[in-house]
Design a protein around this ligand. Structure first.
Ligand SMILES: Cc1cc2nc3c(=O)[nH]c(=O)nc-3n(C[C@H](O)[C@H](O)[C@H](O)COP(=O)(O)O)c2cc1C
Length: 194
């Protein structure tokens, strides 16, 4: 399991039967650039591959950096995200293909399905001891251009950082103050039985 020593999970009180994998996964900003073995990376994205999708279309794409491209990926993040994600092992972008394979029509559920796949990879990463931290703060135009993605065929949804947890001392005081697993709104707000 993951390196959760000295992490305060007290904001995550939940019903007793909820599997801890859902509450122990979180998005730290303090990361380590220790290399992630290819086998682990393959396992993380393989988990995403088994996600459900409309017409089993599997519209998700995950683009990840190599050692050679890490700095190019980093430049595609906004300054706030660059400040901590520079310490991650791998950076990536989540992309969804906007048209169905079987008939070429627009797939209104492509982003929903891609989000499900993201959660699968985040949980698998956590099972292996890593953290996956999503990032909306990216230069989207730059990502389309860098990855050579046609804007009418693909949607860049977000970036992400992957890595082992690092020492919070590398963070700014402001980031450090937020470096704990967050709580959630009440169940009654999201589950409405009618
Ligand atoms: C699509 C998406 C975009 C996000 N964008 C950012 C971001 O730009 N910068 C950042 O530091 N965290 C970002 N986050 C992390 C969220 O703030 C975090 O997931 C949320 O507060 C819940 O915390 P948890 O992941 O630790 O459970 C993003 C998460 C997601 C899923």
């Amino acid at each position: 399991m993951t390196d959760s020593a000295n992490v305060d999970f007290s904001a995550r009180q939940t019903l007793p039967e909820v599997d801890p994998q859902f509450t122990r996964r979180w998005s730290p900003r303090a990361m380590q650039n220790t290399r992630i073995p290819d086998q682990h990376l393959a396992t993380i994205f393989e988990a995403a591959r088994w996600s459900p999708s409309c017409f089993n279309d599997q519209p998700w794409r995950f683009y990840t950096s190599t050692e050679a491209t890490f700095d190019s990926f980093l430049k595609l993040l906004n300054d706030a995200n660059q400040s901590w994600a520079k310490n991650a092992a791998v950076l990536g972008f989540v992309v969804s293909r906007q048209h169905f394979r079987h008939n070429g029509k627009p797939n209104a559920h492509a982003d929903f399905d891609t989000g499900a796949a993201w959660m699968a990879l985040a949980l698998q990463a956590h099972q292996l001891g890593y953290h996956a931290h999503g990032m909306a703060g990216v230069h989207f135009d730059g990502v389309y251009d860098y990855l050579g993605l046609e804007r009418d065929k693909f949607r860049v949804i977000c970036g992400f950082a992957l890595g082992l947890r690092g020492d919070p001392a590398v963070l700014t005081p402001e980031q450090r103050a937020k470096e704990n697993p967050s709580g959630r709104v009440d169940l009654a707000e999201v589950w409405l039985s009618r």
